[in-house]
Design a protein around this ligand. Structure first.
Ligand code: ATP
Ligand code: MG
Length: 156
C-alpha cells in the first residue's frame, strides 16, 4: 500500500518550500516521522510547516524538552525530538498515548528512539545529505498519508 517519492532539495529554500507545501495539504490527525542524520534538516521542515500555519513565535528544536506543543489556527501540533531519550519507556511517563489520541498533528524526529511506544507513521520523511543540498524520500503508509502524498506529488 505504501507509496514513495524522492525529491532533491538543492538548498534551504527548497526545504522551506517543501514545508510550505506540506502545510498547505496536511489534515489532522496525522503522524509524521522525520528521519535522517544530525543537522540534515528535520527541524527546518517542521519549522516551515508550523510557520506556514501563521505561527509567528519561535519554532525551536525540542531537543531538551522532548516535545513542543503548538496551538495553531485550525489544529494542535506537537513536535517531538526523541534523540536524547535514553529509554523509550520514558515516553509512557510523558503520556505519549494522549498525544496520539487527539485530533492533532505529530511530527516526530528520531522515532527509532521511541520504538514500541509510538503510533505508526502515516507519512515519513527521510532526509539525507546530497552534495551541497539534501535528498528527501517521502513515504506514505496509510490512507491519510497517501492523501497528503498525492497532493504533494501533484504540486511539487
Ligand atoms: N536543502 C538544504 N540544503 C542545504 N542546507 C539545508 C537544506 N535544508 C536545510 N538545510 C540546513 O541544514 C540545517 C538543518 O538543521 P536542523 O536543525 O533542521 O537539522 P535536524 O535534522 O533537525 O538535526 P537534529 O537531528 O540535530 O535535530 C540548517 O542549518 C539548514 O540551514
Ligand atoms: Mg532537529
Amino acid at each position: 500500500m505504501s507509496q514513495q517519492i524522492s525529491i532533491e532539495l538543492i538548498d534551504e529554500q527548497s526545504t522551506q518550500h517543501l514545508g510550505e507545501l506540506i502545510a498547505k495539504y496536511l489534515q489532522a490527525p496525522l503522524i509524521c516521522y522525520l528521519q535522517g542524520d544530525l543537522g540534515v534538516g528535520k527541524t527546518r521542515i517542521v519549522r516551515a510547516i508550523i510557520q506556514s500555519f501563521g505561527y509567528a513565535g519561535n519554532v525551536k528544536s525540542p531537543t531538551y524538552t522532548l516535545v513542543e506543543p503548538y496551538q495553531l489556527k485550525t489544529v494542535s501540533a506537537y513536535h517531538f525530538d526523541l534523540y536524547r531519550l535514553s529509554d523509550p519507556e520514558e515516553l509512557d511517563y510523558l503520556g505519549i498515548r494522549d498525544y496520539f489520541d487527539q485530533q492533532s498533528i505529530c511530527f516526530i524526529e528520531w522515532p527509532d528512539k521511541g520504538k514500541g511506544w509510538l503510533a505508526d507513521a502515516d507519512i515519513s520523511i527521510h532526509l539525507e545529505y546530497f552534495g551541497e543540498g539534501r535528498r528527501c524520500l517521502i513515504t506514505a503508509h496509510t490512507t491519510v498519508g497517501i492523501l497528503l502524498f498525492t497532493k504533494l506529488k501533484q504540486n511539487l
